[in-house]
Design a protein around this ligand. Sequence first.
Ligand code: 0A1
Ligand code: ZN
Length: 875
Amino acid sequence: MRTETPPTVRLEDYRPSDHLIDRVELDIRLDPHDTRVTATLALRPNPVGRPGAPLVLDGDDLTLLALELDGQALGPDAYRADPSSLTLSTPPQRPFTLRIETRLDPTANTRLMGLYRSNSVYCTQCEADGFRRITYFLDRPDVLSIYTTRIEAEREAAPILLGNGNPSEAGAVPGTGRHYAVWHDPMPKPAYLFALVGGRLDRVAKDFTTMEGRRVEIAVYVEPGKGDRAAYALDAVERSMAWDETAFGRAYDLDVFNVVAVSDFNMGAMENKGLNIFNDKYVLASPETATDADYAAIEAIIAHEYFHNWSGNRVTCRDWFQLCLKEGLTVFRDQEFSSDMRSRAVHRIAEVRNLRARQFPEDAGPLAHPVRPKQYAEINNFYTATVYEKGAEIVRMLRTLIGDAAFRAGMDRYFAENDGKAATVEDFLEAFEAASGRDLSRFAEWYERPGTPRVAASGSYDASAQTYRLAFRQTRPGAGADAPPLVVPIRLGLVGSDGPLDAATSERVEAGVFVLEAAEDAVTFENVAAEPVPSLFRAFSAPVRVASSLDDAARLTLLRHDPDSFNRWEAAQRVALGLMARQVRGESTETADAFVAALGAFLDAEALHDPAFAAQILALPSEGDLADEIGTETDPDAIFSARQTLRRRLGTGLRERLMSLRETLAEPAGTPFSPDAAAAGRRALRNAALDLIAAADAQAGTALAEAQIEAATNMTDRLAGLATLALLPGEAREAALTAFAERYADEPLVLDKWFAIQAMIPEDGTVARIRRLQSHPAFAMTNPNRVRSLIGSFSLANPTQFNRPDGAGYALVAETVLALDGTNPQVAARLMTAFGPWRRLEPGRRAVAEAALRRIVATPGLSRDVSDIATRSVA
Ligand code: 0A1
Ligand code: ZN
């Protein structure tokens, strides 16, 4: 472990690099412990940099072997080198060449940044600042270079050698058993997009011809023997390529597009130019091993990384403060893709569930930051839900504000004007201002301050005038007292007791959208025949919390009649949240019966038309949602029991219907598996029904779950059965867990699900169970997926046990963080973010959580990653 006092990097201090690197030639000789890297850099002073400035190249843990300037070895006085930098204090004031030789030990690289080995496959991860662990470089996104990479390795150990760009040459190194491949990337790129792969891998491939007539070979590389699990990912790449052409007019620009799956990866995947490297969890799928959720995630992440080819690679970021420029935009693009591939309404619900589960709490806690942060100590800690998901919501609001046509024109303009450049949020907004003629300077405020805005709405009906006035008031908790009002697009409509009130209009509402720009404003509808229920923020048109005084009856009117599916779901969620919150406060929940009746009527009328949507309606808000709703002094046990009570009530009240839906939706024996949205929706509804039945009747639930596991022909149904049993203590559960582990003993990604299910058991014994599982042969602290499955699932999805009043849950996570910090600080820091909501706990737990955090802060030798999260968490 290293102690570092992290220097703070500030957006306001940005200045262009003093030097540029036009061309990079890399010669990389792979060896398990002694890899040699020779980098030949064509440098020149930056015309907009400081003349005569020293050249300071970044390094991280590097060993310099040799250094030449324009072909001459440099004497020790001419430069200074240490593991983290290489400095020439008086570099030439003209173009010059540096040749730098470094030595690496990829096998010893446990941080999984730079060049490392995963199950003996050589691979790289360079975002955000991993390239400096390969060679000394100007490792910043605004230095763009043309790369040519020669990779050499033992042919036996690494028959496949992949790099960025197009393959240009390959052959044997005579008399050595080694071979090489040369890759040339014609597009200028920053160092964070560099990648290479070397190893034994199986390959599946297909051709694609772009709208520009380019023939592209798409290939997916996976561990030997797993080729049959790569078909879905390969198909998803092809669909992504075709979709980006029609939806955004973006074509692929190289002759090959390679995707490689590796087992050890800190994040989901990485968009390296022409060579996307993936966590294998987001590539490998078969009906036997992957759930419907896995298939959907694979489709989304394959698309996300592919879409980065334009939003991120062709147009990159000037500095890391602009991260949302590529991430928020690319999430928006992958969400649109998934919505087109699946059901738009159901996907929107999933997006909002995810935003509320991860981004809202982040924005309300100690790690809150603007979508474009103003400073950071460790950039790797800013790959957050706020930058990604709230960033995507900003792009979506922009489209809502200016309309589809101007939005598309703005995107075209953004790509055209910034192609081959490193851009800023300002460049992005400018393109839309030009395309729409709308002043976006006030809209830009969305990027500037943290906190989820609140919009309060209240309506008043004037029966004699047949008008309905809706008054809005926005506030910005967490944004500071001087925060200006935001520009908030509110998609809205009025609904009556028999259906939407289409005759009602207002001159302030255009194409169904009212734009709230001031702290307070109001809109009046004319022609309102009867007292309406307002349907606000349709399709979740802005990432805000809405406060309205609608009662349950009004919300149930929306559930029945709102033409906006999202708001129908939202209405049901709000009723459920209200019921659970009242239960926590010890207030009356007598309206629960009306809720159950409304859900029953809904199921009768619609469940079979749209099972996926019905499954969403039946899935109650999570414990986290309820904690977020309650906001302060939360008691996870009270929250858990309120949710249990409502689940039981639904399970009891809807039992006959749920049983019959399970029958009707059962797949006839022999139906071939399809991962498509329709089939997945039917499975989702059957499994939502199982969950509620089991909540109300443990015996029936056990029997149904056991039978389902026995009969399952796919992982979705098998795992849903196991998840149901996991909530029902007893022999059946333990037997099912044991059988599952035996069946999948050789399937690490499936055992991850098994770890996670056990980590989420909301019972006293879980901490002890996790401690036992930590020494299970399939568990490994060196593999991020294993750690996230066992410890991450516990800390994020088991609120009662993580927040045990005796502190045993916090202790388990804190111990893991500290144990991991020495080997993989990035993953350790991410685990720590689970402590985020600690201030919102009731005083007893709050004190225990704070003590655990302070113990981490006080630990000597913390990595910069963990110390950054820990100190901000208690600040
Ligand atoms: N740009 C990637 C995310 C990513 C970021 C950092 C990494 O370092 C370990 C890896 C991946 C994406 O958005 O998919
Ligand atoms: Zn991304």
